[in-house]
Design a protein around this ligand. Structure first.
Ligand SMILES: OC[C@@H]1[C@@H](O)[C@H](O)[C@@H](O)c2nc(-c3ccccc3)cn21
Length: 602
């Protein structure tokens, strides 16, 4: 007779009740523990009933590991977990935030800020579908995505992970969740975790709440707002995710009016779980408890107590899990953490696992491997790139638009640090945590795409760092100069100057002073564009962080497709204006939120 929790024909709530009744305290707190792959030994998974394993940042089996290598790794962990007394499967988590971006050869989509420029919810959903397939092809069942931050200040190092400064735009683009998890059926209970099947993943709406609203955009800083404004601006996108059955929500490292999100019972339990009816699992961020120790100097056990009692269900420890388990066991046995709180956390974790079908399908589906980086997905990413491009200037004389470019021009110059650098055009969270320069995966750079797009008679001269000598060899019809930001991540991206790095403005000026020039800006956010500089340009395109499919850029600049992107972030004139939404600032932007030309408009 199959026991209830192992019977897929039983209702999920009956399976949870049966399983919990069989679990020891040790097994329950084991389920509340997420550990990094680097410490996930078979004995830990088997003997401690660990709930989950993750790849933090760019942690991978080895350099250029393919989807198949990942599936071997994840299945290895899962087999160890299934050896545990009750055989509770783990879920494996990765930051698949713009495709399955850590896996070599996976399709890399534009980062969220570029998707926000498309305003295309259907596109976002289709990207979610493709991302889920490529994540599952690597054996992974859990994506720490989507980030639904509302970025109110471009000085924030995670601005590019946000769809927009505008709450309604973020809510619209959060439709990526439906692609990732699948569309819940009519009548699906509100707030109840939902995963449609083996081609979908558990998602994670993050970072709850107000991560994008911190003072001066300081990462992990303080968001100073009334509760009404916090709800209206930053909580609103979570309503959509909860109604669409989001499986997990990640707490923010940041604070709200000085209150740490990770230990705030009012926001994590009274609001998120009680008032908004979230029935999935709240997960901490990486080493969040250790950071509290570093900030406040108390000991780790104090933060196990305050965060679990506040409503954290699973802790992304991720290394010193023995200490976490020891402290949590002590706090449960001492009664400082009520058993009811432990059971609530474990129920939520098991609810997600049952909803995701992990007990039925704990191992990878190798039939998905061919879908990784497939043509269909790359064409989808190419479409997203096209739709994300925002045309900010087209012609020095409004009556003489500069774009679309002549693809049969005699001789063109392609210049700048970002013209032929796949790593730069992908940005952070690609291959590694912070991202890097170079041929980091399979993809098409802007230069590759230009060489394909132009006529056979057109000579393409590529010069990453042009000098006056570049122009000695004869005339150019025009130049395409791609400059912008190097990859960055989290606090590493916090920046209060926001000028174009690598002397990008000077490089472009040197070219624009000599020949007609289109500048393509590769960046995670608006950057300073001085008036004297703008005047020199014949055309300017904001391309954000487009990812692996550079052809999406040439599709539009050579006129096969029209520009349709619109600014997801207000383009400030000077950083002194920031944040542009504060009442004391004049709303005097260089380009307003929603701005975007088409190549047949002036
Ligand atoms: O990768 C897991 C999570 C991710 O989902 C969160 O959005 C993000 O805040 C985060 N930072 C780190 C992280 C931070 C410092 C060192 C190593 C890792 C890890 N993580």
């Amino acid at each position: 007779m199959i026991c209830v929790y192992r019977n897929p024909d039983e209702p999920i709530e009956a399976r949870i009740k049966d399983l919990i009744s069989r679990m020891t305290i040790k097994e329950k707190i084991g389920q509340m523990t997420q550990i990094d792959r680097s410490v996930a030994t078979p004995s830990a998974l088997k003997d401690l009933s660990i709930g989950s394993v993750l790849s933090g940042g760019g942690s991978k089996p080895f350099e250029k590991a393919t989807s198949s290598d990942w599936a071997d790794m994840v299945d290895g962990f899962q087999k160890a977990a299934l050896e545990s007394r009750l055989g509770i499967p783990i879920f494996y988590g990765v930051d698949a935030v713009h495709g399955n971006n850590t896996v070599y050869g996976a399709t890399v989509f534009p980062h969220n800020v570029g998707l926000g420029a498309t305003r295309d919810a259907d596109l976002a959903q289709r990207i979610g579908v493709a991302t889920a397939l490529e994540v599952r092809a690597s054996g992974v069942q859990y994506a720490f995505a989507p980030c639904i931050a509302v970025c109110k200040d471009p000085r924030w190092g995670r601005c590019y992970e946000s769809f927009s400064e505008d709450t309604e735009t973020v809510r619209k683009m959060a439709s990526i969740l439906i692609g990732l998890q699948g569309q819940p059926p009519e009548g699906h209970p509100k707030g109840y975790p939902f995963v449609a099947g083996r081609n979908n993943v558990m998602a994670c709406a993050k970072h709850f709440v107000g991560d994008g609203g911190t003072n001066k955009g300081e990462n992990e800083g303080d968001t100073v707002l009334s509760f009404d404004d916090l709800e209206r601006i930053h909580v609103a996108p979570y309503l959509d995710c909860i109604s669409q059955g989001v499986c997990t929500i990640m707490a923010s490292y940041s604070t709200w009016n000085g209150r740490r999100l990770h230990s705030d019972h009012f926001l994590l339990t009274e609001i998120l779980k009680d008032r908004l009816g979230f029935k999935g699992m709240v997960i901490s961020d990486w080493e969040a408890l250790d950071r509290l120790v570093n900030i406040y100097g108390l000991n780790y056990r104090d933060y196990v107590l305050s965060t679990i009692n506040a409503g954290i269900d699973m802790v992304m420890v991720p290394f010193n899990y023995e200490l976490f388990l020891e402290d949590l066991m002590y706090l449960v046995e001492s009664g400082e953490i009520p058993m009811a709180r432990i059971d609530d956390a474990v129920e939520r974790i098991l609810r997600v696992k049952f909803a995701a079908g992990l007990f039925e399908y704990p191992l990878s589906d190798r039939s998905l491997l061919d879908i990784v980086g497939c043509k269909l997905h790359r064409e989808l990413a190419r479409e997203a790139v096209r739709k994300s491009l925002v045309l900010l200037k087209n012609g020095k004389d409004p009556k003489k638009p500069f774009l679309p470019l002549e693809r049969n021009a005699k001789r063109i110059l392609v210049a700048g640090t970002h013209a032929d650098d796949l790593g730069y055009q992908c940005g952070g969270w690609t291959a590694t945590w912070a991202g890097t320069s170079g041929r980091i995966t399979i993809g098409t750079t802007i230069l590759d795409a230009i060489k394909e797009a132009v006529g056979s008679e057109t000579e393409v001269v590529h010069e990453p760092n042009p000098t006056p000598d570049t122009f000695a060899g004869g005339d150019f019809s025009f130049a395409i100069v791609a400059v912008g930001e190097p990859p960055y991540v989290e606090s590493g991206g916090d920046n209060s100057e926001l000028t174009i790095p690598f002397n990008g403005a000077e490089v472009v000026s040197l070219v624009a002073d000599r020949i007609p020039t289109l500048m393509i800006l590769i960046s995670g956010r608006p950057l300073v564009l001085e008036p004297w500089f703008l005047e020199k340009l014949d055309a300017l395109v904001a391309a954000w962080l487009p990812g692996s499919e550079g052809r999406g850029i040439t599709d539009v600049i050579f006129g096969d497709y029209e520009f349709q992107g619109r600014l997801p972030m207000t383009w400030f004139k000077r950083v002194e204006q920031l944040p542009l939404h504060a009442e004391e600032n004049l709303e005097d932007p260089l380009f307003p939120f929603g701005f975007g030309l088409t190549s047949n408009t002036k």
